[in-house]
Design a binder for this molecule. Structure first.
Ligand code: NDP
Length: 307
């Protein structure tokens, strides 16, 4: 159990301290918030912390990520081993991700990417309409993000399938642990997996080849999930109609990368879902209170599974 007032470090090169600190102060008025690491910190809030941050910490009770993906923290050799790591499950970010997934699925399903191209050539031509019930969206990952997207896709009338590591049951969703079985019925494939050694490169030629023809791939998880040259080949060969890519390896996507100019690719700059401090701070505060009460924090990362 911690003393009633705790010392909390905010360390991020990507999240704005000007936005977060006033909200954190409001939610945790009796705690001390600092921006420079020192050995007496009880809880460290991090998202791409400045180099050297972990070396300057002692043994905090908790490292709380301000992001949902934690692969970089897990790979950091300076991470204080044995200190629990919690990832953030931010309701605002979950909603934002589902909105992005729905936008991309509908863009492909309603042929909007084709009409944008036709407009450039002043071409007035209708593409045959399909119903949502004709399409199956396959979700790679049925966690916080995958399960929310599944519910919203079902509400629009799509068939929804999902792949997870352990068996799952979600109302209305065809759940698989065998990837090939899901791919055989998939038209639109959405990657919402954590990046682990097991999931890196999962979006590859074999995967695309097993999907129904003329579908789409949506990668909103991590760049290293995709084998880009195999995606380009699948687009050029007509196996895939379009790809929506939000994440790249490396980021920013270099100016000379062929993905920028490929007519079958829509590129966005890692904006599928941003942490929303207004909805994230209550979750962070809840975990601080849990630690203060000596309870298990929410969203603990399984170091062995890598997410
Ligand atoms: P969760 O941990 O809640 O869910 C992960 C899902 O992936 C689970 O269903 C899990 O299976 C499944 N999974 C993991 N490994 C495997 C595997 N080897 N085989 C099959 N299924 C596997 O994560 P979230 O839904 O919260 O987030 C997913 C990822 O999205 C994050 O790790 C992050 O990288 C990315 N992200 C991207 C953002 C962006 O802006 N582009 C924003 C936010 C997150 P099981 O259920 O069995 O554990």
């Amino acid at each position: 159990m911690l003393p009633s007032s705790v010392k909390i470090l905010f360390a991020s090169q990507t999240e704005s301290a000007e936005v977060w600190l006033p909200l954190l102060r409001q939610a945790l008025p009796h705690d001390e918030l600092v921006v420079l690491p020192d050995p007496s910190v009880d809880i460290a809030l991090v998202a791409t912390p400045p180099a050297g941050t972990f070396q300057k910490l002692g043994r905090p009770k908790l490292v709380q990520s301000l992001w949902m993906g934690v692969e970089k923290l897990l790979a950091d050799p300076a991470y204080p081993r044995g200190v629990p790591l919690a990832r953030l499950v931010d309701p605002g970010m979950v909603s934002a991700m589902s909105e992005t997934v729905l936008s991309y699925v509908l863009d492909w399903h309603r042929h909007l990417y084709r009409y944008r191209m036709q407009q450039r050539g002043r071409e007035w031509k209708r593409v045959e309409q399909r119903m949502a019930a004709d399409r199956t969206v396959g979700l790679l990952g049925l966690g916080e993000l995958g399960s929310d997207a599944a519910r919203k896709l079902l509400a629009l009338g799509f068939n929804v399938a999902g792949w997870s590591r352990r068996p799952k049951a979600l109302a209305g969703v065809r759940c698989f642990t065998d990837l090939d079985e899901m791919l055989r019925i998939t038209d639109a494939l959405v990657c919402l997996l954590p990046l682990t050694p097991q999931t890196a490169g999962v979006l590859n030629a074999r995967t695309f080849g097993m999907m129904r023809r003329a579908g789409c791939v949506i990668n909103v998880a991590r760049g290293a999930h995709l084998v880009a040259r195999e995606l380009i080949a699948a687009l050029d060969g007509g196996q895939l109609a379009h790809a929506y890519l939000d994440v790249f390896d490396p980021e920013p996507l270099p100016a000379n990368d062929p993905l920028w100019a490929h007519p079958g690719v829509t590129v966005t700059p890692h904006i599928a879902a941003l942490t929303e401090p207004r909805t994230a701070v209550p979750k962070v505060a809840e975990n601080v209170e849990r630690v203060r009460r000596g309870e298990t924090p929410a969203g603990l990362v399984d170091f062995e599974a890598g997410y």
